[in-house]
Design a protein around this ligand. Structure first.
Ligand code: TYM
Length: 324
C-alpha cells in the first residue's frame, strides 16, 4: 500500500517563490509515489483576523498556482479545510489530551502573540492542535513543509504519541519532508520570504514585475562601488542563483568575487533565470484561469473524497475514546 502525504497552506492568495521552493515542489514530486492530500486551511486563517477579508478570492488564486505548478486532481485530493468539518470534531477531541503548557511554549505561538497583542485568541493557542487534526484525520505519514513548520510537526508527533498511549495504536507519527531550500529568504535578505513582509516574488508575476522586484533586492552590504569585490556567500541574490541558475553558479560566484560582474547585471541574470523557470507554469495558469468554474469543481470533488476518509477516522476515534 502507498504511504499517505498531507500538507496545508493558509489562503494568503497568490503563492510566492518561497512557498514554491520550500513546499510546492515537494507536493508535486510526491504525487508519483504516494496518495497525496493537499488542503487550503481557511479555518487557520481565522486566527489572524487581518487575513480573512479575501479568503474565497485567495483560495481561488492559490489553487490556480498549485494546479499550474503540477498538482493533479486526478491523482491528489485537493480541498478546502472548512468544507470537511470533521476536522473541527477531531480538533476538539485532541484538545482534551493536549496540555496547555505544550502549546504556550511553541515558538510560533509566542511570535504571533507578539505580532498581534490585541488579538491573542483561543484559536491561536490551539493552532498546532488543529494542524495535527488536519494531518492525522487522514493518517498521513509524510508532511511536506518549509522549515518554519517544524515546531508544529514536533508537537503533532507528541500529540499522536499521547493519543496512541491513551487509546491504543491509531495514528502514525507524521514526519516532515523538506526540500533542498527549506527556508527561502525574502528580497530584504534578512527575513523569511513572506507576503506579509512584502519581500516576495509571486509565481504568477509578469516578467516585468519579477525584474522590477529583483532589482529592489539587497545584496552584499560591503560592496558599495562597482569595483568592490563581492562576497557571494553572504548575498541572497547568489543563494537564489543557486536555485534558478544552477548551471552558472561557479562562474557567477567567481565573477562576483573579482568584481567582474556588478550587482545590477547579476540581478538581471537572476530575473531572467526566474522568468525562464516559471514561464511554463505561468502559461498553464493563464489557460486554467480562463475556465472560471474549474477550480470550484476540483475543490467540490476533493471535499467529497476527503470527507469519506475523514468520517471513517472520526468513527474509529469516537469508538476508541469510548464515545460510541
Ligand atoms: P503557510 O501558509 O505559512 O505556508 C505554506 C507552505 O509554504 C512554506 N513556506 C516557505 N518555505 C520556505 N521558505 C519560505 N520563505 C516559505 N514561506 C512559506 C511553509 O513552510 C508551508 O509549508 N501552518 C501552515 C499551514 C498548515 C499545515 C497543516 C501544513 C495547516 N495545517 C498541516 C502542513 C500540515 C502554514 O501556515 O503554512
Amino acid at each position: 500500500m502507498k504511504g499517505r502525504v498531507f500538507s496545508g497552506a493558509r489562503p494568503t492568495g497568490r503563492q510566492h517563490i518561497g512557498n514554491y521552493l520550500g513546499a510546492i515542489k515537494n507536493y508535486v514530486a510526491l504525487q508519483d509515489d504516494y496518495d497525496c492530500i493537499y488542503c487550503i486551511v481557511d479555518v487557520h486563517a481565522l486566527t489572524t483576523l487581518e487575513e480573512t477579508g479575501n479568503i474565497k478570492e485567495n483560495t481561488n488564486e492559490m489553487m490556480l498556482d498549485w494546479l499550474a505548478a503540477g498538482l493533479d486532481p486526478e491523482r491528489s485530493i485537493l480541498f478546502v479545510q472548512s468544507h470537511v468539518p470533521q476536522v473541527m470534531e477531531l480538533h476538539t477531541f485532541l484538545s482534551m489530551i493536549t496540555p496547555l503548557g505544550w502549546l504556550t511554549r511553541v515558538t510560533t505561538f509566542k511570535e504571533k502573540a507578539r505580532m498581534q497583542p490585541h488579538n491573542i485568541n483561543y484559536g491561536l493557542v490551539g493552532y498546532p492542535v488543529l494542524m495535527t487534526a488536519d494531518i492525522i484525520l487522514y493518517k498521513a505519514d509524510i508532511v511536506p513543509v518549509g522549515e518554519d513548520q517544524l515546531p508544529h510537526l514536533e508537537l503533532a508527533r507528541e500529540i499522536v504519541r499521547r493519543f496512541n498511549n491513551l487509546f491504543g495504536d491509531t495514528f502514525p507519527e507524521p514526519q516532515a519532508k523538506l526540500t533542498d531550500s527549506p527556508l527561502v529568504l525574502g528580497l530584504d535578505g534578512v527575513n523569511k520570504m513572506s507576503k506579509s513582509l512584502d519581500n516576495h516574488i509571486e509565481l504568477a508575476a509578469s516578467h516585468e514585475e519579477t525584474s522590477r522586484r529583483v532589482m529592489t533586492a539587497f545584496t552584499d552590504p560591503s560592496r558599495i562601488y562597482r569595483s568592490d569585490p563581492g562576497h557571494p556567500e553572504v548575498c541572497n541574490i547568489y543563494s537564489l542563483h543557486k536555485l534558478f541558475n544552477p548551471d552558472r553558479i561557479e562562474e557567477l560566484g567567481e565573477e562576483c568575487r573579482n568584481a567582474g560582474i556588478g550587482c545590477v547585471d547579476c540581478k538581471r541574470l537572476l530575473a531572467e533565470g526566474i522568468n525562464a523557470e516559471l514561464a511554463p507554469l505561468r502559461e498553464r495558469r493563464t489557460i486554467l484561469a480562463e475556465t472560471p468554474k474549474y477550480v470550484a469543481d476540483v475543490l467540490a470533488e476533493g471535499a467529497h473524497r476527503a470527507s469519506t476518509i475523514a468520517s471513517e477516522t472520526i468513527g474509529e476515534v469516537k469508538g476508541k475514546m469510548g464515545l460510541i
